[in-house]
Design a binder for this molecule. Structure first.
Ligand code: 4AD
Ligand code: MG
Length: 477
């Protein structure tokens, strides 16, 4: 007989039919009641064994964490707490678990502790829910773009280019780090490296993505990105996933509209398709909130926040307008910001972004037309000579969730900017070619997948929304 997943089994009418289930024991009470989880759903299944007829040695092996196969009759449950249960007729242990040593006890563990046992944490309710939502969110990304005729493009992971010019890249090399070949002047001779040149892990698929947008029209990428910044925050990972749509013939306005439609679609999708996991995560978050001092609690619950994004317009304003608001804000005047806002052109820090979103506007915000000097080289230069057609989408509790721009389509303007910034013009030959041959106005943005995951699951730390987080000092598993 084939196994039935708990998720499907719970949709059946219990009428004594025979079923086979397999999964991991959460608890075993009174030598009689097994709570079984198989990961297909948040819900567990109650199995009832007859300890009088069961072999005693076998009974002893039913322990928290053990993997079992059980066969029996699916019947309505006489007890409260579940609508149905399985009366077990035969049971086999597929994998024992020593209850003395199994790290996951049937009690609440801290998220910090669970991070240390990331290989076992998907067996908890919280991480099971997070990972099912992660899957649904990834699926929704593809349906959103597929429905709109975008082509999914796989940009390279190993590359020689540095899209963001931030310089925080992981080098990829086959050279012997302890004793690399040297050129005559003593520097490392990368001509002898595997690719015959310096390479790194990609920080963004954008530049390569643009090549395909200027051929296929609308494309998107969805892949891992790597940044070696030493950012030990709840919003940074060294390895994260990014979705980067890139569209020919879109201006900044079109770009912003797409970004709003996209994040709305994602919120709506998980509300409609992950209702039980989201309800569980909403409760978890509410509990976490209750342990905080009153003034630090969020005004909205998780589900309210998701619905708010679906139903409400985002506030749009220019960097210059935001700068004025921040400069005249109470925290700035009272010197409460760690980075005071004084002169136009300063980069906005997370404290400023959160002030705008959480305190001032109380809704998601899109900032656009940033000072050129704090943004990447490829952004379209505005006529004012000092700003670029950039946009950032800022979310409550997260800060920047999307960064994007209209791209500079003019060959000379782009070349000038590359020279001004001292970027490797030669290596960008192919990128410049796009402006030499059939250039077109085009735009795009990048959504940090894990930051979106944080928003939809309400998990406070980005390390808890990816199976195996990479961050400074940690690459376990
Ligand atoms: O603002 P960023 O650096 O923009 C780009 O990389 C552009 N190439 C995107 C584009 O226009 N196609 O990154 C985009 C988003 C951020 O808004 C953030 O959500 C996420 O990527 N992100 C990170 N997420 C987790 N950990 C990090 N270290 C991240 N760095 C950026
Ligand atoms: Mg950014």
């Amino acid at each position: 007989m084939k196994r039935t997943r708990i998720k499907e089994l719970l949709n059946l009418e219990p009428s004594g039919q025979s079923v086979v289930v397999m999964g991991w024991v959460r608890t075993f009470r009174n030598n009689q009641f097994i709570t079984l989880s198989d990961g297909s759903t948040l819900s567990t299944l109650q199995l009832v064994v007859d300890f009088k007829t069961m072999d005693e040695a076998l009974l002893k092996r039913i322990t928290t964490g053990a993997c079992i196969r059980a066969e029996g009759a699916l019947v309505p449950s006489p007890a409260k707490g579940q609508t149905m249960e399985v009366k077990v007729s035969s049971l086999a242990i597929l994998g024992d678990s020593d209850p003395e040593k199994y790290p996951l006890q049937p009690k609440r563990h801290s998220l910090e502790f669970l991070r240390e046992i990331a290989h076992l944490r998907p067996r908890t309710n919280t991480f099971g829910a997070v990972m099912r939502v992660r899957h649904a969110l990834a699926y929704a990304v593809h349906t959103f773009f597929n429905d709109r005729g975008f082509v999914y493009v796989h940009t390279p992971i190993i590359t020689g280019s540095d899209a963001e010019g931030a310089g925080a890249m992981f080098r990829v090399t086959t050279l012997d780090a302890g004793n690399p070949p040297r050129t005559e002047d003593g520097s490392v001779d990368f001509r002898e490296d595997f690719f015959g040149r310096e390479t790194n892990l990609t920080v963004s698929g954008q530049l390569e993505g643009e090549t395909h947008a200027l051929a296929l029209g609308e494309i998107y990428t969805f892949g891992p990105c790597f940044r070696a910044e030493n950012s030990n925050t709840t919003r940074h990972l060294s390895e994260f996933w990014m979705i980067e749509p890139e569209m020919a013939f879109y201006d900044l306005e079109d770009n912003m509209e797409l970004a709003v439609a996209f994040v709305r679609y994602l919120c709506n999708y998980v509300l409609n398709n992950c209702a039980d996991d989201i309800a569980f995560l909403a409760n978890r978050l509410a509990e976490e909130e209750r342990s905080k001092p009153q003034d630090q609690r969020s005004e909205m619950g998780l589900i309210e926040k998701l619905k708010f994004v679906v139903d409400n317009d985002f506030q749009r304003l220019t960097y210059t307008e935001a700068f004025e608001i921040l400069k005249n804000s109470t925290p700035n005047k009272k010197k409460k910001f760690q980075f005071p806002i004084e002169t136009w052109g300063v980069d906005l820090q997370s404290e400023h972004e959160r002030f705008l979103v959480e305190k001032h506007f109380k809704k998601p915000v899109i900032l656009y037309n940033y000072p050129a000097d704090i943004k990447a080289f490829y952004m379209k230069q505005n006529d004012d000579g000092r700003t670029v057609a950039a946009m950032d989408v800022l979310f409550p509790g997260i800060g920047e969730i999307i960064g994007g721009s209209e791209r500079e389509a003019d060959y000379n303007k782009l070349l000038n900017r590359i020279r001004q910034l001292g970027l490797p013009e030669k290596e960008l030959w192919w990128y410049l070619d796009l402006r030499r041959f059939g250039s077109a106005p085009h735009s795009g943005f990048g959504l940090g997948f894990e930051r979106m995951m944080q928003f939809v699951t309400g998990m406070t730390n980005i390390r808890d929304v990816i199976p195996f987080p990479r961050y400074p000092g940690n690459a376990e598993f």
